[in-house]
Every structure is written in structure tokens, then in C-alpha cells.
Write a protein that binds this ligand. Sequence first.
Ligand code: ZN
Length: 340
Amino acid sequence: MTGWGKSRRLVVLSSSHEIKMSLLPIIQSELGPPESNHDARPWWTCPFHTDSNPSLCILPPFGDRERWKCFGCGEWGDAIDFIRKLHPDFSYHTAREYISSLLGNENSHISRCQDDKTPCFSPPHGLAACQSPPDDAWRRQHLRMVRRCERSLWNDPDHLNYLRSRGLSNATIKAARLGLGVDPPGIFQITIPWFHHGKLRAVNCRRFDWPPKYKCERGSRKGTLYPDVSLDPARPVLLCEGEFDTLLANQEAGQLVQAVTCGSASDASLDTVAALSLCPLLIFAFDSDTAGNKATARLLSFLPHGIRLPLPTGKDLTDVHLEQCYLRRAFPKFLKRVTR
Ligand SMILES: [Zn+2]
């Protein structure tokens, strides 16, 4: 492997921007110089299918992100996708390391591990560490709680109506397995279970008349995306501020966009940021208030290709949708504009 040093290196995610911008040298170092410059774009013979005419090119930049595409076999992606397709045994991290060695990055974005034998996976400053899932005993106990709370909710028209007043349909409430719990005694809370690969990982609670407004059950492990989905990099991603906005966006615009949340911006982990960094069209749908602006700025520092959904000041996605059927009217137009 060209330029592959003996020492292990950690590429922190702040270098993703730089990697994305450097598709030409990466492809060139793997396939040689472009074989044609038709349409003022560099073209190569595609290594992923039997290609006699150069069919693979670098597309015009999308935002600050570059992508390649083969018009013969239809393969496409970013720098990481290219390297992983060429070297199928590479993990995401290995591909990143390989790319930085191709580019000869020795700058501040890359920190050498103290001990060359120990891979160093401490997250970049400000990202939550990836947590191991809760143990089986916690899961069993909290699955029982989730089931109990689901039953309580469907026997409590008032709280069911609270969720419906946020635009959520019965089918959405059921599929998300929302429930109604009591904690402390006499104080109601909506329970929101977080699953990851089908396994319960956290239970977040929206509390009524008792601070804080949101509180996770003790022993919960966030650091994943909600709901439990594998993101399709070919589809736009809408990163929402909370679970209810996320559920509403999937219910109303799920055919256009994959809505997810990582909880609060401070719950964003290396894993979730890595998954989101692979999605070329990433839209932040945070509230247009001080906290939302701060959260957006924070996530933009890790995901510089993200763009912001322009919501009116002081409103969240649910408010705007309830007022003007936003997710069915203005949002599809916004999406069309940014993908044009
Ligand atoms: Zn091809």
C-alpha cells in the first residue's frame, strides 16, 4: 500500500472536511492520472466493473463535499466509499487512516498514538465517548417498564391527546412504543424507548410539571441515533432536536428524508458523527433559538457539510408544521432547492 507507514495513526473527525475536499489526489494515487478530461471533469476507467471507456468521474462539488460516480455501473460515493470499495477489507477507520497516509497528512488533524501498538480512539474534543450497551439485567427490567408504560398510555386519553396535539398519529405513537410512566409519585412522564439494532439502550422521559423537562432513566446509554435505523447515504438526512420532532418528520416526510436525532448536541458521539458524515445531504432542523443555534454551531464543527433548515425564530419543527403543514408544503420545496 502506497505511503502506508508502520505507525498507527488516528485521524480525528475534524479532518473529514479536508479528506472530502481531496478526491482528485486520492483517486489519482489509486488509479493514476485521469484518462480523459471530457466536460472539464477528470474521468477514469472504472475499477468496479469491466469498463472500456472511462465512465468514472468526480462530480461538481455538492456544498463543500466532493463525490465520484461511475456512469457505467452506477457506483458512487465520497473518498471513504471509494477506498472501501477498492479495499473491501478496510474498516471505516482504516480507510480514513489510509487516506491520510495517501495525502501525506502530518498536520494537527492527525495525532500519533503514544504507543504504536495501541489504537487510540479517544473522541475529538467535545464528542461523547461511545458507550457500551447496558447489560442484560438492565434491558430486561426496562423492557418490562416500556411495556407497562405502553399499556398505561393507551388507557389514558389525556396524555394520548397530548401526543396527538403534537401531530403524532396513533400508528406513529404505537410504532415508537411511547408510553406513560409516573416518576416521582403523582408526576406523569412520556417514556421514549431508544433501541439500537433492535436492543433497548435507553429510555428518555418527557416529564410534565417537574424539572428537568427531559430525563433519561438511570443506566441508559445514549450515543446512538434515534430511531433505530441504518442511514442510507443516498437519501437526505434531517437531524432533529428531539424525538417528537423526529417522529413527526418521518411520519409526514419520511418518503423524502430520513429524520433522526442524537438527543441533545452534547450526546453526539464519535459513532453518530461518523454515520452522519457519510451522508452527503445533511440538514440540521434545530429550534431557531439560542440553544438551537448553539447546538447547530457545535455539530457544524464536526459535520461541516451540514446545512441548516431555516425555521422562524423561536419555533421548533413541530410548531411550524402544525401552523402551516410545513413538512408537506414548504419542506419539499426547500429540499428541491438544495438538491437542484
Ligand atoms: Zn463502474
